[in-house]
Design a protein around this ligand. Structure first.
Ligand code: TYM
Length: 332
């Protein structure tokens, strides 16, 4: 809680162009909290450097991701939108929490195992302690809820464990947060390999629909989506490709699976794929338009980044000081 309001906190890495997985699993759900929660949404550039980045690309995507928050309906006057590296308390609290996080816990993180396989030449300490920085992000703001896709649930659970461990020694320090996941959309799968999560770092561009893909590209990618040898549109075990397309269609239209099955009775996969592409392109068009307008005015984006960073730093400083005092640091 902050100022008697429950707090919602989430972050997105500017480590690649954002996908409809990021959009449906996280981004588009954020604005729903704006009325009842004090909301903090962060572009987590410090997390992104756990994997090598081209500096110019990282900078460009930081602006783009920030603009996407706003294009998806987050008003910077109502929500605290900011860039992680602009608020120094994140890195500082992460160090303190490192001393309350166990080696064994970090070794069990599935994302660390995946990423260390994919980047075997660069298994750096930051990749290993990544979830501690994420815990610092969340705990700095006395967060109640963390809206995320299912792939981040394990990290939020570790954050809870760290908070509880710290609180057991120093009572009343941190709010213990809950992860919140969208019912459909919490795990959007790759269009090329539907047993794998759709990921912005996938090297196959046909596996991914980007939020900023143009209409023709979106429709083409859905047309090529891997399905199965059946012809009827139904949600069933083993039909991973169709299940994924049905989930995406459901997210964009609000229709349940049975309703979708009825709608496409007697129709083939081709018709269904086209319909999914069309609803996706229709939903993203206004976001893309607003995004382009926002990106055209970097001065405004920077002013909003600065405003957000100042607000975030104010609250972050309070929690950091509380932690430092509890740990026995001399406060001047
Ligand atoms: P990131 O940048 O990988 O993803 C951002 C958000 O998008 C969700 N997501 C998905 N949801 C459904 N289907 C998918 N295929 C899919 N791919 C990604 C993610 O679950 C996430 O919610 N560690 C985080 C960033 C982070 C953070 C935080 C999140 C840093 N600090 C504090 C919450 C709170 C990450 O790498 O997300």
């Amino acid at each position: 809680m902050l100022n008697n309001m429950p707090v919602s906190y989430s972050g997105i890495q500017p480590s690649g162009n954002l996908t409809i997985g990021n959009y449906l699993g996280a981004l588009r759900n954020f604005s729903a909290y704006s009325e009842k929660y004090k909301c903090f949404y962060c572009v987590v550039d410090e997390h992104a450097i756990t994997v090598r980045q081209v500096p110019a690309d990282l900078r460009r995507r930081t602006y783009e991701t920030f603009a996407l928050y706003m294009a998806c309906g987050l008003d910077p006057e109502k929500n605290t939108l900011y860039v992680q590296s602009h608020v120094h308390a994140h890195a500082e609290l992460a160090w303190l929490l490192n001393c309350f996080t166990m080696f064994g816990e970090l070794s069990r993180m599935t994302q660390f195992k995946d990423k260390s396989q994919r980047h075997a030449d660069n298994i750096n300490a930051g990749l290993f302690t990544y979830p501690v920085l994420m815990a610092a992000d969340i705990l700095l703001y006395q967060t109640d809820v963390v809206p995320v896709g299912i792939d981040q649930k394990q990290h939020v659970e570790l954050c809870r464990d760290i908070a509880e461990r710290f609180n057991a020694i120093h009572p009343g320090t941190f709010t213990v947060p809950e992860p919140i996941m969208a019912k459909t959309g919490m795990k959007i799968m790759s269009l090329a390999e539907p047993t794998k999560k759709m990921s912005k770092s996938d090297e196959n561009p046909n596996a991914i629909v980007y939020i900023l893909d143009d209409r023709d590209t979106i429709i083409r990618k859905f047309k090529r989506a891997v399905t199965d040898s059946e012809t009827c549109i139904r949600y069933a075990e083993g039909k991973d490709g169709i299940n994924n397309l049905m989930s995406i269609y459901s997210c964009f239209t609000g229709k349940g699976f049975e309703e979708i099955e009825r709608e496409f009775e007697g129709k083939g996969y081709g018709d269904f794929k086209l319909a999914v592409g069309e609803v996706c392109a229709d939903a993203l068009a206004p976001v893309q338009k607003r995004h382009a307008e926002l990106l055209a005015d970097k001065g405004y984006l920077e002013a909003m980044m600065k405003k957000g960073a100042d607000e975030a730093a104010y609250y972050a400083r309070k929690t950091l000081s509380k932690v430092q005092k509890k740990l026995g640091f001399v406060m001047l």
